[in-house]
Write a protein that binds this ligand. Structure first.
Ligand SMILES: Nc1ncnc2c1ncn2[C@@H]1O[C@H](COP(=O)(O)OP(=O)(O)OP(=O)(O)O)[C@@H](O)[C@H]1O
Length: 294
């Protein structure tokens, strides 16, 4: 759906709704992931903060006035119809849009205290802090070992023992070690699609990111490989923060603590996943999650 669609976009509902019990809706039943917030607690800690973000591809506006916060050690899903700006926003979170010509960005994105778009920000260092996994796994045409060691090697790490330890830890972290430990020198291209995707996750983990950005990481995978990645997401949030773009609402309901629903480049509603899928505050969110459009 294009951003110039004439239908009006509702006013965004940005802050989690007050707790007033949960309704229930047949169909998608999310797991409860995080305890509901204490209404008397102080401001919640934030890993990522998006403030008044607008993004233009040439003359075309793809994101409008996005305000969003992602809590540390949580999983946030971005959902919404095709073309609503999910991937564009995800790429703003580690400046991957810099690689696209004619992109203009207004507003701020903060990773911890770092203003991502400040002139002094080191983009290479930033992308180590916020790693990315894409829809289509993209291992390098190298061995399994070298794929995972790659990020450390370009940081100048030469110590074989350090590299071996990091490769093992990262492959274990990505749930792949047992499947590949006896063939680390084999080409990564010989792995199955699901294994290649976990290898790409291991490659991202090797440089110890604080945030993992995942753009439809399971869309090319079968249900078994998808389940492994989903389990991995739940394990990984113990040590980092994850933002995932998904077309699969059941997946959003299964893996994420928070869900943000976008339409036509605007954030319509963000809340605890449990509430988005049971008692959304905006009619359009309800229409989308119940399959009335999209
Ligand atoms: N490189 C680009 N140049 C110009 N326009 C782009 C570019 N990438 C995306 N767009 C446009 O920006 C809007 C948002 O696209 P984006 O891919 O972020 O949406 P999405 O919600 O991730 O879609 P999908 O679910 O289909 O991947 C769309 O209208 C798209 O056509």
């Amino acid at each position: 759906m294009e951003i110039d669609d004439p239908r009006p976009v509702p006013e965004p509902a940005l802050l989690p709704a007050p707790i007033n019990g949960s309704g229930s809706r047949p169909g998608i039943l999310p797991r409860a992931h995080l305890p509901l917030p204490d209404p008397n607690a102080g401001p919640a800690p934030t890993m990522l903060r998006v403030e008044r973000l607008n993004l233009f591809y040439g003359g075309k506006q793809a994101l409008s006035d996005i305000n969003l916060q992602v809590a540390p050690n949580s999983v946030m899903s971005f959902i919404g119809p095709s073309g609503c700006g999910k991937s564009t926003l995800l790429r703003c979170l580690n400046r991957m849009n810099d690689l696209i010509e004619n992109v203009r960005i207004e507003g701020r994105v903060l990773l911890g205290d770092t203003d991502l778009y400040a002139p002094e920000t080191d983009v290479i260092a930033l992308r180590k802090r916020a790693g990315m996994v894409f829809q289509k796994s993209n291992p390098f045409p190298k061995s399994i070992f070298e794929n995972v060691a790659y990020g450390l090697r370009i940081q100048g790490q030469r110590d074989r023992t350090v590299l071996e330890e990091a490769v093992e830890t990262s492959l274990k972290g990505a749930g792949l070690w047992d499947e590949v430990k006896d063939r680390l020198k084999d080409s990564a291209n010989g792995l199955s699609g699901g294994q290649q995707q976990r290898l790409c996750i291991a490659r991202a983990l090797a440089v110890n990111p604080e945030v993992l950005l995942m753009d439809e990481p399971c869309s090319a995978l079968d249900p078994i490989a998808t389940a492994k990645i989903e389990d991995l997401i739940t394990e990984l949030k113990e040590r980092l923060t994850i933002v995932i773009v998904t077309h699969n609402m059941q997946q959003a309901a299964r893996v994420s603590d928070f869900t943000a629903f976008f339409w036509l480049g605007k954030l319509v509603e963000m809340d605890l996943t449990e509430r988005i899928f049971t008692t959304p505050r905006v009619q359009m969110t309800e229409d989308y999650i119940t399959g009335r459009f999209g």
